[in-house]
Design a protein around this ligand. Structure first.
Ligand SMILES: [Zn+2]
Length: 164
């Protein structure tokens, strides 16, 4: 799987956390869900939450990996901590999750496979507004870095979608 967008370079710490998100995406897939994983990490590198998509297991269409991770930190960590946290997502967050990230106050997003790359794996079309576009319209700066490790991130997507 190749990605048309240029992979963004990551340091060792970002690489480690994004790889964990990709592992969680593979776990989601193994359990019959859409292949997405997410990890939220504070400024000092402490993991605050790990989650995967549980949509098929729970029949909850909002149970995307990023939303599940955001629910885990909601009310458990001060806003000041979240304001300096990073969310790592195996795939570029959808419009719903990007909105959730905005409301959480998290200020940095690092993602693996971009929306275009996801579509090339046969993922059904969704709202055509990328995380980069949506968070770029936020009233405060939110750093969005991706695609990163796109080849690795694409692995769990391969063959994940029913052919139409
Ligand atoms: Zn989502």
């Amino acid at each position: 799987m190749s990605s048309s967008a240029q992979d963004q370079p990551l340091d060792e710490r970002d690489t480690r956390h994004l790889r964990r998100a990709i592992e969680l995406s593979a776990e989601a897939r193994r359990r019959g869900n859409a292949p997405f994983g997410a990890v939220i990490v504070d400024r000092d590198g402490k993991v605050l939450a790990e989650a995967r998509n549980t949509g098929s297991e729970t029949d909850d269409f909002t149970a995307h990996a990023e939303m599940n991770a955001l629910r885990l930190v909601s009310g458990r960590h001060p806003r000041e901590v979240l304001a300096q946290a990073t969310i790592y997502a195996s795939g570029e967050p959808c419009a719903m999750c990007a909105g959730g990230i905005f409301w959480s106050g998290i200020s940095r997003v690092v993602f693996g496979l971009d929306i275009e790359g996801q579509q090339r794996t046969g993922k059904p079309p969704e709202i055509a507004l990328s995380c980069r576009q949506l968070l770029g319209a936020a009233p405060r700066p939110i750093e969005v870095l991706g695609p990163c490790l796109a080849q690795e991130a694409a692995g769990p997507f391969s063959g994940a979608w029913p052919r139409s």
